[in-house]
Design a protein around this ligand. Structure first.
Ligand code: OAD
Length: 252
């Protein structure tokens, strides 16, 4: 598949826009993706570091894995794709609406200036109690600690603390998911950037937007697995393609 020729999108100032991002948007910042060659899932077993069973079995290993990823995320900077998406939010601020749904846990969108960000798979920089009966399990707190000498414990119940990441086999946070679905249901333009389109339920959002008649657009290095959901497909590196697609916004 060749993809469409990249040129500036015409986005009205009063448009309702949803942007959905995945690991590919952060690749040029120096953050490893998951499924590309050399990606995180080639180097680690998903069951060991991204499931609750793995955490129960070896919490030290899981904390070491996420501590390293925190360090990596803090070491790098947003790239031109992140900044172009932040400019889009600003452009729509007066008359339109904008929601950014990100599967990324690296915090780079907020650092680039985006405000309405739904971190649908959680955040590297949030921690919560692992004990489902503890009230603190519902209230993640900010935590940028990159090294723990010992496993961190909950102040309220003494249970283990865990990264606030949605692991495989876990439900999305209900409120975050409801906000995301609402925005997808209302949007006129649905733009996906840098995601393979294989992880559900988020991979289905583009289908919903498509069926509701939105202008669905993807910008990705290669055609995503759910490419049939997109009316427009732009292939290339996010750091190059996204600023070109959003040139009218950036030049405004
Ligand atoms: P993947 O690693 O599955 O996919 C990254 C996508 O980005 C691929 O389609 C690449 O072709 C594309 N890509 C790579 N470099 C790019 C670049 N410079 N510009 C544009 N595109 C590029 O990552 P996600 O789709 O984000 O979940 O993965 C979804 C979820 O699966 C993640 O949130 C994570 C993972 O397991 C959890 O950890 C819960």
């Amino acid at each position: 598949m060749a993809g469409h020729k990249v040129s500036a999108l015409d986005i009205p100032r009063n448009a309702a826009v949803v942007v959905l991002t995945g690991a590919g948007v952060s690749a040029e910042s120096g953050i490893a993706t998951f499924r590309d060659s050399g990606g995180l899932w080639e180097q680690h077993r998903v069951e060991d570091v991204a499931t609750h069973e793995g955490f129960v079995k070896n919490p030290e290993l899981v904390w070491r894995f996420y501590s390293l990823r925190r360090k990596d995320a803090l070491r790098v900077h947003p790239n031109p794709a992140h900044y172009a998406i932040a400019a889009l939010e600003e452009y729509l601020a007066d008359k339109g609406s904008f929601t950014l749904i990100t599967q990324n846990v690296d915090g780079l969108h907020s650092r680039a200036g985006n405000k309405n960000v739904l971190e649908i798979h959680g955040s590297l920089f949030k921690t919560k109690c692992d004990n489902p009966r503890c009230p603190a399990s519902e209230t993640p707190f900010d935590d940028e600690t990159t090294d723990y000498d010992a496993l961190p414990k909950c102040e309220k119940c003494g249970g283990l603390l865990r990264p606030d990441i949605v692991w495989f086999g876990e439900q999305l946070d209900r409120v975050t998911e409801a906000k995301a679905m609402h925005a997808v249901g209302e949007c006129e333009i649905f733009l996906t950037i840098g995601t393979s389109g294989v992880v559900w339920p988020v991979a289905g959002y583009s289908r919903l937007a498509y069926e509701l008649g939105a202008r669905t657009i993807t910008a990705n290095l290669e055609p995503p697995a759910n490419v049939q959901n997109y009316r427009e497909v732009y292939l290339g590196k996010a750091g190059e393609v996204v600023p070109m697609l959003l040139a009218n916004v950036l030049n405004d």
